[in-house]
Design a protein around this ligand. Structure first.
Ligand code: SF4
Ligand code: SF4
Length: 501
């Protein structure tokens, strides 16, 4: 893959990467409590299989799923990320743009960090891909680039020609993939080879790194030893987006409703790839992840290997909390979302925590009216019309917003970044999407209620009809028996009369 293409639009925001990418990844401490939400991925939540008071070991499944056959279900299990005792199973606030609570299992850690017996797949290459895929599903692995899509769903060998390992970490502030590629290139290459095997031996396997990460590129190149191609792409936001990366590498513009697999391509993030390696070769399910803690609100912005469920407050303290934290953002500066407080847990999709200091964030200028300059459309990587989307979302004309392909918007924020009127465009899109989804849920609930009501009315009517039929039968039988009795009495009387004559 020597020739590269360009996608439409994109921007080059200030990366702020040097804040956190100068020092090696460190191991975060074990917190006194771990809070593990049962839904940390896209799909169905897992169901708890432990009870309050149970002792658990690190790596033990504590919430179950039915995806072990890896064929259909969009869900993964949740594992205890350290040893300890289950002290609560209850709704807790979780890091999500909705700000809602969700069911969580709370573990009081014992500080021993004792692993349960986890058996690796020693020689995976001799096993059928189905077995390895099921093993990966059981390890609870999801897309760790921030998407949270269960990894096993993207590991079906359906005529996959090209496997892309995504190291294009284009979001400002996030540097965990960069450090991982520099420090653990062997794990990533090993993970890529496992995924290649599971996919039935994809013809091409390529790891993509942006050209502003020369150390990561060099490190991967040396580890790959020709087994996997390592490709450098120009630094541009949002190159790391699935569709944009495919376009840069292949020139193919994936249709709005098509999945990469439909053109023989599968993408996995570098951290996900490493998680696959750790599960298959070391027997370690997904209990921790590498993530960036950065921003002017901490003394030591850095990358850490963090146990899932670690409270953010605990992690920020480890990084040296400064007084006067103004804002907390989960994810990058472009696609991340603000958190209400730091009492939330780190989950599988937490790749970055931006802790903004008092002097770091300028008060955003007040939004002005749209001047129809068209700058937003010029940078939209999906070729949408952000201005139209904005009008319709603002007017709550959600059908029109959908007609303008609202759900193709990847919330990349390029449009808002260039808008001279400082309109928070993405907030409008997110609001519209949330409303449409809520309306859809309401409609489904109403449909179910209507169907239940109709079925009940049908059942009541059916019971009544059956009762009527039974009564009719009883009446008929009693009439028949009465007639028979009269007939018998008449016959007896006649017989008596004949005898007496
Ligand atoms: S960039 Fe802003 S002001 Fe210009 S058309 Fe888009 S929404 Fe309107
Ligand atoms: S946020 Fe949506 S509309 Fe705006 S540039 Fe990105 S994809 Fe286009």
């Amino acid at each position: 893959m020597t020739h590269l293409w360009q996608f439409h639009g994109g921007v080059k925001p200030d990366g702020h990467k040097s804040l956190s990418n100068q020092t090696p990844i460190v191991q975060a401490d074990i917190p006194p409590f771990l809070v593990l939400p049962l839904l940390q991925h896209i799909g169905e939540p897992a169901e708890p299989i432990v009870h309050i008071g149970d002792k658990v070991l690190k790596g033990q499944i504590i919430a179950h799923c039915h995806a072990y056959d890896c064929s259909v279900l969009l869900t993964v299990p949740i594992h205890a990320s350290s040893s300890g005792t289950v002290v609560a199973i209850e709704p807790r606030p979780v890091p999500h743009p909705s700000g809602l609570t969700a069911l969580c299992i709370v573990i009081e850690t014992d500080g021993q960090d004792t692993w349960t017996k986890c058996k690796p797949l020693a020689d995976y290459s001799a096993l059928p891909s189905r077995i390895v895929r099921e093993y990966i599903a059981r390890a609870g692995i999801v897309g760790l680039g921030g998407a949270g899509f269960p990894a096993h769903i993207k590991l079906k060998p359906e005529d996959i020609d090209t496997l892309i390992i995504n190291g294009a970490e284009c979001e400002p502030y996030i540097t965990c993939d960069d450090r991982l590629m520099r420090e653990r290139p062997d794990d990533i290459i090993a993970g890529a080879l496992i995924i290649k095997h599971v996919l039935g031996g994809a013809k091409h396997c390529v790891i993509v790194v942006e050209d502003n990460k020369p150390a990561a590129y060099q490190s991967l190149l040396e580890a790959a030893q020709g087994q996997v191609e390592v490709v450098k792409v120009p630094t541009m936001y949002p190159t790391g987006g699935e569709r944009q990366l495919i376009q840069v590498l292949t020139g193919k513009e994936l249709g709005r409703t098509y999945l990469p697999a439909s053109i023989g391509i599968v993408l996995h993030n570098v951290e996900t790839t490493r998680a696959v390696y750790r599960a298959v070769q070391l027997g370690q399910p997904l209990v921790s992840r590498t993530m960036t803690v950065t921003g002017g609100g901490v003394e030591k912005p850095q990358n850490l290997e963090v146990l899932l469920g670690t409270p953010m407050q605990f992690l920020i303290n480890q990084c040296g909390r400064k007084p006067g934290i103004e804002k907390l953002i989960m994810g990058g500066a472009m696609m991340g979302f603000a958190l209400p407080n730091d009492e939330l847990p780190i989950v599988k999709t937490t790749n970055c925590l931006i802790v903004s200091g008092a002097d770091e964030i300028a008060t955003p200028p007040l939004p002005m009216p749209c001047i129809r300059c068209g700058a937003c459309a010029e940078v939209c990587p999906i070729n949408l019309l952000p201005q139209q989307l904005y009008w319709h979302a603002k007017a709550k004309d959600f059908q029109k917003a959908q007609d303008y392909h609202l759900f193709d918007c990847i919330d990349c924020g390029c449009c808002a970044y260039v808008c001279p009127s400082h309109i928070p465009l993405v907030s409008y899109y997110r609001y519209a999407k949330a409303q449409i989804r809520a309306n859809e849920r309401e409609r489904k609930t109403a449909d179910i209620a209507r169907q239940r009501h109709e079925f009940r009315a049908f059942r009541v009517e059916r019971d009544k009809a059956e009762k009527r039929a039974r009564l009719k039968q009883i009446k008929l039988a009693s009439e028949q028996s009465r007639e028979a009795a009269i007939k018998a009495a008449v016959e007896r009387a006649n017989a008596k009369k004949v005898q007496s004559e």
